[in-house]
Ligand binder design. Sequence first.
Ligand SMILES: [Zn+2]
Length: 60
Amino acid sequence: MAKVLRCRDLGMNCPKEMRAETEEKLLKLAAEHAEKDHGISAAMIPPSVLAMVKAAIKDE
Ligand SMILES: [Zn+2]
């Protein structure tokens, strides 16, 4: 079973979907995507937003 995170579930106008086997890998992919495509450095993401990202992760 894969874990999936859709950028639009985070309120972004973005069609990107990320999939990984574990939440840890998925968060890494999400951080890379946020930095590359949204100009958001992972180091700038506050714990409250990280919690929101984790809550948006779905099992598939
Ligand atoms: Zn995005």
